[in-house]
Structures are given as C-alpha cells and as structure tokens.
Design a protein around this ligand. Structure first.
Ligand code: TYM
Length: 336
C-alpha cells in the first residue's frame, strides 16, 4: 500500500434517488464520519445504482450535487477521504461486466431487494434492477475494501459481494480482498417507519409521515414525531414487544448522544406525548446545523465540483489498479 501505510480500506455509497432519511444517516453516513480517521475511505454518490428505477434527469442531476453537499455537511471530510460520483469512474461498469460472467441469475433473482423492487416497479423490471448487487460488488471490490459500513438491509448484497470475490479468487488466483460488512450491532442498523414500526424506514414509502428526511424543517420533524405510532401501554422502555417506542428511543439516543438506558431514565414516568415531542425537538435541533451547512455548500457549486473532480481522480487511479489486475488474470491481451 502507498507509503507503507497499512490502513484498511473502506467503501460505502448512498443512492441519489431523492430525499435522504434519518435512517440513511444513522445506518450509514454517521458511521462514515466516525470511521474516516481510522481507515482509507472511499465514499460515493451511487448514481449508476439510482437509474435502476426511473429517475427524472434534471432531478437526478440536482440530487447528485445535493447528496454530495449533505455528506460534507454531515461531517464527511473530502480532505480525509475520497468522495466521488460513481459514474465518474468508468471502472465500476467495467468490473461489473466481468463479474457478471461469474454471477448466476438464480442467486440474483433470489435477492430480497430485487423481489421488493420488482413488485413495486412492476412496469419497469429491467436487467439493471436484477444486476444491481453485481454493480455493488464491483464498487466494493474495485478498491480492495476490507470493510463496508451499511444498514442491515444491505447484508444480503454484502454476502453476494463476498461470494463473488471468493469465486473469482478461486478461479483466477488471489485478486480481491474479501469484504466484511460493518453493520451496527446495537441500535441504528435498522431504523423503522414512524407509521408502521414493523417496517424499515424508507424514503420510497408512500406515506410521508413514515420517514423524516435530513432536510425536513423543524415543524415538519416535530409533526411527524408527534404522529409516530407508539405501542399499547404507557411505559417508555426499550423492548421487543414495544417496537414503536424502541425505535423512537434509538433515534433519540443517536441524536442526543445519550445511551438508551439514560433516555429511559429521563422519560421514566412521562407520557408518550411529552416523549414524542422531546424526540422531535432533539432531532430537529440536531438537523439544523447540518441543514445550514448543506445550504452554504450548495451556494458554492464550484467547490462541490472541485471535490467531485479530485475524488474521481483518486478513485480512478485506485480502481484502475484493480481492474488492470483483473484483466491480466482473465487473459485479456494487454493494450498499450
Ligand atoms: P441506499 O441509498 O438505499 O441507503 C444508503 C444507506 O442507508 C442505509 N439505510 C438504513 N440504515 C438504517 N435504517 C434504515 N431504515 C435504513 N435505510 C437505509 C442502507 O443500508 C445504506 O447503507 N445499494 C446501496 C448503495 C450502494 C452501496 C454500494 C453501499 C451502492 N454501492 C457499495 C455499500 C457498498 C443503497 O441502495 O443504499
């Protein structure tokens, strides 16, 4: 590795497919920030993934810039990590093609997300939707990533990335680092819907009250938490049989910096109404500085474009190294 630096490599990405929820923040982006000092991190705006469902071109362009600004506003530091837009680095598509030749339709059609998305977008079940996890494997393997910080919903995709890495290594000799998922063990790996706490919080939920976005204003955040579905009984306690209250305690704990135990003690004897209001206020107050920073960054497009450009340059170099190795192993005749 460069300069004898033994730093482990880490890759993760978020799709620029509209609003980013506090689930995305808690399950992924917040951890990216925590890990950037310890690892050599590659973080991407996954625009190639986003087009597997129909995107309005002008919205996709705007969402890409806005997501990059949000990453930085959340504390992802372009001086410490490689921050880039996936489509700026052609090696992602090139490695996907190669990995496609060792991926089986059976294993791809079994993926939960493929089944869910095909049901939700029945009018547009395209090859990209099915191939999505292979592109994800290419993202990860291109950088020889050891760790991939994601939410629990990405675990199955991560397993496929590992399988493809092992399959390729077995067939052609050691080429790829086999990545490990980095999924929060305790709270936050899966933030649940505010309307139906048995379901994951998702930006594609038809009910806008089910999710809170990183750009919701204070009134909206408070209104959504006030409406959040709680459980029967009145105790504010983290427990399996209390999924609604437990989800709110998790969210409160992340945004207040207090442990769930401390939060339980704080709300002991209080009613659900007071609790939900406190969660809403805490989240809104924590989002305010991020939103302010995001707006400042978006006013400086030249800066954001310079980050993209320099990120793409660094990612391109690292990705090329792996791709050349792959091409050599599979027997492609070397070009110039
Ligand atoms: P995406 O854009 O759907 O979500 C981005 C990240 O947010 C996490 N997440 C959640 N975490 C906790 N609770 C939730 N309710 C919640 N909802 C979403 C996701 O697990 C994810 O970490 N395919 C990926 C993007 C991607 C990627 C990659 C990730 C493309 N290439 C390579 C890792 C490595 C996706 O659709 O994430």
């Amino acid at each position: 590795m460069e300069g004898g630096n033994e730093q482990k490599i880490l890759f993760s990405a978020v799709q620029p497919s509209g609003a980013v929820t506090i689930g995305n923040y808690i399950g992924a982006i917040k951890n990216w920030v925590a890990l950037q000092d310890e690892y050599r991190c590659f973080y991407a705006v996954a625009d190639l993934h986003a087009i597997t469902v129909r995107q309005e071109p002008s919205a996709l362009r705007r969402n890409t810039l806005e997501l990059l600004a949000l990453f930085i506003a959340c504390g992802v530091d372009p001086e410490k990590c490689v921050l880039f837009v996936q489509s700026h680095v052609p090696a992602h598509c090139e490695l996907t093609w190669t990995l496609n030749t060792i991926a089986y339709p059976g294993e791809l059609s079994r993926m939960t997300q493929f089944k869910d998305k095909s049901a939700r977008h029945a009018e547009n079940v395209n090859m990209g939707l099915m191939d999505y996890p292979v592109l994800m494997a290419a993202d990860i393997l291109l950088y020889q990533s050891a760790l991939v910080p994601v939410g629990a919903d990405q675990k199955q995709h991560l397993e496929l990335s590992r399988d493809l890495a092992l399959r390729f290594n077995n067939r052609y000799g050691q080429t790829f680092t086999v990545p490990e998922p980095y999924i929060l063990k305790e709270n936050g790996a899966k933030i649940m819907s505010l309307a139906e706490p048995a379901k994951k919080m998702s930006k594609s939920d038809d009910n806008v009250n089910a999710f809170v976005t990183m750009t919701d204003d204070k009134d909206t955040v408070i209104r959504k938490f006030k409406r959040a579905v709680t459980d029967s009984g009145s105790e504010i306690r983290f427990a399996e049989e209390k999924p609604g209250v437990s989800n709110l305690l998790t969210i409160y704990s992340v945004f207040s910096g207090k442990s769930v135990k401390e939060a339980e003690a704080e709300f002991s004897g209080k009613g659900y109404g007071d609790f939900k209001l406190a969660v809403g206020e805490t989240v809104a107050d924590a989002l305010a500085p991020i939103q302010k920073k995001r707006a400042e960054l978006l006013a400086d497009k030249a800066y954001l474009e310079s980050v993209m450009k320099s990120g793409a340059g660094s990612a391109f170099k690292a990705a090329r190294r792996t791709l050349s190795k792959v091409y050599r192993k599979i027997g492609f005749y070397a070009g110039e």
